[in-house]
Design a protein. Structure first.
Ligand code: IDC
Length: 467
């Protein structure tokens, strides 16, 4: 027995030495880079670069690599300052990600063009040290392969799995206190498109799209709430119930737009939220968005509105998450020449709240993405509305920019709702005009380009944490 123990001890020491040697060997290699082609289309592609620092902690970094083909060009990138000279590409860390501890990672991405076979980049270095960790191969078939591990959320609906949500740190967290990302769709104005929200369309949203949430967009003006407060309140409640019956979260959007100052609707907001919060307090699936897109109003004006409406919600429904719109059409101020610092320095005086960020992918690109990335480290953010097209709700879809945005939101676990789950005659609508007059919401033929892209993105497994 003693001999056996001694033998085991020697073996264990040998293993320990091996492990220690293994660690040292990787530490000496400095860095690892995982490169992926996230998607590829005619002449264009999106690349993802994940850096892991295997050396000692750095307070600034520059990644360099070479593009093998003359036709490969980075056209825009995010989460770093990107440049390219000939075949040499450089990406330098930004304020919020330039410190990398040992084992720390940074996720970067870019869009590029190519003319040949789009071979993988070579010669990755981080601060001049070769990244000898393995460099992933670009995926020749960008279709995502299904996750072989079972989805813990597969057996239950999003609301079954996650339960009552709350804000923890800068994240939206579930009943296990773990960060989650909800992916879903927004209605169009329910005063115009109520025929789009029926059993068949909501079944398709929950079952085919596997949507986690339905944003219920109740305009206040433009023939909305102000014309029939009781009728619109009842309509919103009924949609909350229909989302609940399918296990989806319901985001109640008090869709202020014109006029842009939410204080114009302060009394209406108090009346509306007192009523819907009391009626839905016992439900786990409700989130309140108290103003859609403040515009032409200062942050302090919005904050003042929020600090009067939030107590009304809390008085009736104390534990629900509340989302506050931000300056410049919920751009965190960027569309007004400002940024998130006005909120960071003067936050709404309330807990369990998040701030809204909206974008339209064909109009809002790098400077908006970098603001969002930076702000996400400081503020709980929820993309309660975004479009794949221009800010008018029309024009061409920008697939590259949309995918760049959605990759960023996935990475940061920021929840989102796409404008719109409707058949409005505009390119932001998921369905072709006339779809809502019929009963088919499931076949590919009823989808617009935007709807097809969103259905693909939303229907992938959620993998919500369950412990
Ligand atoms: C647009 C609709 C369009 C409608 C217009 C005015 O798509 O059919 O005529 O509103 O009500 C927003 C707003 C959202 C806009 C959307 C597209 O929140 O109400 O919808 N958009 O312009 N912010 C940025 C873009």
């Amino acid at each position: 027995m003693k001999r056996l123990l001694a033998l085991l001890a020697t073996f264990a020491t040998a293993l320990g030495l091996l492990a220690a040697f293994g660690t040292q060997a990787s530490a000496a290699s400095g860095c690892k880079v995982e490169y992926t082609v996230v998607s590829q289309w005619n002449g264009g592609f999106q690349g993802g670069v994940k850096i892991t620092n295997l050396g000692s902690s750095v307070s600034g970094w520059t990644l360099r690599f070479a593009m093998p083909d003359a036709g490969q060009k980075v056209t825009q990138g995010w989460n770093a300052t990107w440049s390219q000279s000939g075949s040499a590409v450089t990406a330098a860390g930004l304020d919020w990600n330039r410190t990398l501890a040992t084992g720390g990672t940074a996720d970067l991405g870019f869009q590029g063009t190519f003319t040949g076979a789009n071979p993988k980049p070579t010669a990755f270095t981080l601060n001049g040290v070769a990244c000898t960790g393995s460099v992933g191969q670009p995926d020749p078939d960008p279709t995502p392969t299904p996750d072989p591990t079972p989805d813990p959320g597969e057996d239950g609906t999003p609301v079954d799995v996650n339960g009552q949500l709350h804000v923890c740190g800068v994240n939206l967290c579930n009943q296990y206190n773990r960060p989650v990302q909800l992916r879903g769709m927004s209605t169009h104005g329910i005063q115009w498109f109520s025929e789009c929200y029926n059993n068949a369309s909501l079944d398709a949203l929950a079952n085919d799209w596997k949507s986690d949430l339905l944003r219920i967009s109740m305009y206040v003006q433009e023939e909305g709430y102000e014309t029939d407060p009781a009728g619109f309140t009842a309509k919103v409640n009924s949609l909350v119930d229909q989302a609940e019956a399918r296990g989806m979260y319901a985001l109640i959007d008090f869709h202020t737009l014109t006029p842009g100052d939410p204080n114009y609707n302060l009394e209406r907001a108090k009346t509306f939220f007192a009523s819907v919060a009391a009626r839905n307090a016992g439900k786990k699936n409700v989130i309140y968005e108290i103003t859609n897109e403040p515009n032409g109003v200062s942050w302090s004006g919005i904050k003042n509105y929020a600090e009067q409406v939030i107590p009304v919600v809390r008085g009736a429904d104390p534990d629900a998450v509340v989302i506050v719109g931000t300056r410049g059409w919920s751009s965190l101020g960027v569309s007004d020449g400002s940024n998130e610092s006005e909120i960071v320095n003067n936050p709404v005086n309330a807990t369990n709240i998040m701030y809204a960020f909206h974008f339209y992918a064909a109009s809002h690109k790098d400077n908006y993405r970098s603001t969002l990335s930076r702000a996400a480290a400081r503020l709980p953010l929820f993309v309660t509305e975004f479009g794949t097209v221009s800010a008018t709700g029309g024009g061409a879809m920008d697939a590259g920019s949309t995918n760049a945005w959605l990759d960023l939101l996935d990475q940061l676990k920021i929840s989102y709702a796409n404008w719109t789950y409707s058949d409005a005659p505009e390119s932001s609508a998921a369905f072709k005009p006339g779809t809502c007059g019929g009963s088919d919401y499931s076949s590919g033929g009823v989808l617009n380009e935007s709807g097809a892209l969103l259905k693909n993105r939303i229907s992938t497994p959620d993998n919500f944490p369950t412990s």
